[in-house]
Design a protein. Structure first.
Length: 296
């Protein structure tokens, strides 16, 4: 077995982990694949004779690539119109396939990824690598051109933001389904009080319509306002809409279609038995690029 073949085998053994790192860094499935591919190119061009820990070396390389991509976004001032949700990972109710299991480890729900999108690139890298993948600060420091102490401070600032804004979903999927089904039944029946009973008082609804005109507010806060929005949406969109249960980033969600075309993906974050966040992807362009056959 030649050296190139051994190198390729070693890389493939770490591919799932590298995709998971890149997805948390970038919030984009296609860009995560690009970052992993760039890591392979750099590996294939490098002298790896002195590399003792291939997984650690590759994680560092992917971190550098993702940091460059995030900084490039910032430099180009890529500001999406209104709310921009990260790419959802959609699977059937039986759970994600083997390829996506590593991608969704550590309950990387959409609510967490939304908060990560608000962090500065260096903060995001320090938090993702250290808090989610246990990379030591002395290995993170050279990636962000800081001392280990300064890298620790970056992660600490990011952690405070995440703790305050990214709710941790209930682990019990059956309980999640029960709460979401109660919400959907109340919306269908026009039951305002029923909706209020399953919504957290500080619930947030975020809707990403892309560049299309927004048929409703892109962000709605508070149980009463979200309940009103749910009732309005139910009245306007019910005819011809087919909604199928799915898992969205490992949590209970819905995939809706109309006349055979994707209409929306809904992700619910349920904490302590109440819905604390509803994230809706309704951007026709991005929906067309998702594989929704997993819920058929």
């Amino acid at each position: 077995m030649n050296e190139n073949h051994l190198l390729a085998e070693g890389f493939e053994a770490h591919r799932g982990h590298l995709r998971a790192v890149a997805y948390r860094m970038l919030g984009s499935l296609s860009e995560a694949e690009d970052a992993v591919q760039e890591a392979w190119l750099r590996l294939s061009r490098s002298d790896t004779a002195a590399v003792e820990n291939l997984g650690g070396w590759l994680t560092t390389v992917v971190g550098r690539v993702c940091l460059d991509m995030l900084r490039s976004r910032t430099a180009r001032r890529e500001e999406p119109l209104g709310v921009h949700l990260p790419d959802p990972v959609i699977s059937g109710e039986t759970g994600p396939g083997p390829e996506d299991q590593a991608l969704l480890a550590d309950s990387v729900g959409l609510a967490l990824l939304v908060v990560l999108e608000t962090l500065a690139p260096a903060e995001r890298l320090a938090f993702v690598l250290h808090d989610l993948f246990a990379v030591p600060f002395d290995e993170i420091a050279p990636i962000v051109d800081r001392t280990p102490a300064a890298a620790r401070q970056l992660a600490s600032r990011a952690r405070r933001r995440v703790r305050g804004a990214a709710p941790v979903p209930d682990a019990d999927l059956a309980r999640q389904r029960e709460v979401v089904n109660a919400f959907l039944a109340a919306a269908r029946d026009g039951d305002f009080e029923g909706l209020i009973s399953v919504l957290d008082p500080d619930v947030v609804l975020r809707a990403d319509y892309g560049a299309a005109p927004a048929p409703a507010p892109r962000e709605v806060y508070g149980a009463a306002a979200v309940a009103d929005q749910a009732l309005t949406f139910s009245r306007l969109s019910s005819p011809g809409l087919l909604a199928r249960p799915a898992l969205v980033n490992g949590a209970v969600g819905l995939v809706s279609s109309r006349e055979g075309r994707p209409f929306s993906v809904l992700a619910f974050t349920v904490t302590d038995g109440r819905i604390v966040a509803i994230d809706i992807l309704a951007d026709p362009e991005r929906l067309s690029g998702l594989d929704l056959t997993v819920v058929d």
